[in-house]
Design a protein around this ligand. Sequence first.
Ligand SMILES: Cc1cc2nc3c(=O)[nH]c(=O)nc-3n(C[C@H](O)[C@H](O)[C@H](O)COP(=O)(O)O)c2cc1C
Length: 187
Amino acid sequence: MGILKIGVFAGSLRRESFSGKIAGIVADMLPEDLQVKTVDIGGLVLYNQDYDDQGAPPREWAAFRQEIASLDGFLFVTPEYNRSMTPALKNALDIGSRPFGQNLWSGKPGALISISQGQLGGFGANHHLRQTMSFLNILLLSQPEAYIGNVASLLNGRGEPANQSTKNFLQEYAGAFALWVRRFARP
Ligand SMILES: Cc1cc2nc3c(=O)[nH]c(=O)nc-3n(C[C@H](O)[C@H](O)[C@H](O)COP(=O)(O)O)c2cc1C
């Protein structure tokens, strides 16, 4: 089996984002046959169907769509905003799903980690995203689940896992994701 290209998406645009840090840690734990690309979703103009209807999507959308089309799998790490998904991530999902009939997410494997600084681990975002991703036909890893609560206490000042059990959990998750992605790889 050849190299598989994995897009990594952080649901938060914040410079010191915990989602971004966890995404980076898990990405670094993936085996070498998974080639990781961090996908920037912060520069995407808010979805407006007029641009597609006029056949003139913003340049950033076109580049983003090309990138999604080139990927073999997706790893999403996101916080929760008001018990739901972040607008940045929803916007990215919407842009990749259109024009109608050209859903670029469809049929590709993905995994979803939610984080929070509180105790709930972003459960609301996680399950709202699962609803959207299921509709988009992203083949989403169900087990293990990853709701990472109290995230600030699980990373040290350098943004690394602060303890062995956090490291083990993220390593197990990376391993499960790698197995999952390979199951759907074209021979
Ligand atoms: C608009 C907004 C809404 C939020 N709503 C929630 C929430 O519903 N549940 C929660 O656990 N945290 C909530 N938070 C806190 C964020 O999850 C927290 O700041 C998190 O660290 C942001 O993710 P990041 O570190 O990746 O930037 C909210 C933050 C913002 C800015």
